[in-house]
Ligand binder design. Sequence first.
Ligand SMILES: Nc1ccn([C@@H]2O[C@H](COP(=O)(O)OP(=O)(O)OP(=O)(O)O)[C@@H](O)[C@H]2O)c(=O)n1
Ligand SMILES: C[C@](O)(CO)[C@H](O)COP(=O)(O)O
Length: 225
Amino acid sequence: MGVAVGVVVVAAGLGTRLGAGMPKALVTVCGEPLVRHAVRRALAARDVADLVVVFPPMHREDFEAALAGIDGVRLVEGGAERTDSVAAGLRTLSPDAQVVLVHDAARAFAPAALFDTVAAAVTAGADAAVPGIPLVDTVKQVDASGVVVATPNRASLRAVQTPQGFTREALERAHAGGRHATDDAALVEADGGRVVVVDGNPAALKVTTPADLDIIQRLCSRSGE
Ligand SMILES: Nc1ccn([C@@H]2O[C@H](COP(=O)(O)OP(=O)(O)OP(=O)(O)O)[C@@H](O)[C@H]2O)c(=O)n1
Ligand SMILES: C[C@](O)(CO)[C@H](O)COP(=O)(O)O
């Protein structure tokens, strides 16, 4: 057994952009809710000592049903923003977990090997590690009126995914200030922490819109699950 890993799967969003009429994590793909796919893959990763799923208040029973029969998963109520949900899960993680992986249930098909790669980068000495994919589009920075102010060099940019990994100390410090960001690594960066990027995986695509759901459905059917 290596360093004990704790996993926080955030699933407390409402899925407004998907518009499925239910929290996104409960949407079924290949016969299972997204959150169940995400949890199964996370539990297949190495050295996982504790795993918590953060769910939207009012949906406890739905999430209990979605995760029925999977041992060792705890449920915690989420907050108004993703950052609040991560903080809620982190507060309940076993003190044994010295590396923490934060994962979006919406990236339900991220393979167990990606969790292992991210955790390994943290145990190798980084404060945080994130999976990243080179961009295929040119990116423009715009001002409030939509006028382009810069074209950053694409070669230096990465689109980052989850699971994102942290030393427990770095993640707790990052959340202690009550700041919010679109990902947890940004909070660690703001603290001056060293965040490294490892190779991302196309299967860790985030289901955000109906078009993403179509892609994930196809990917899942092709893999024979
Ligand atoms: N208050 C929130 C908001 C988001 N999330 C989780 O964070 C991940 C990424 O968020 P996003 O894709 O934005 O999900 P939703 O908030 O559900 O989507 P939308 O913004 O379209 O409502 C998802 O697994 C989502 O469940 C969460 O746990 N708590
Ligand atoms: C954490 C994340 O998935 C990294 O790309 C992303 O920032 C979540 O953004 P969302 O708007 O909450 O889906």
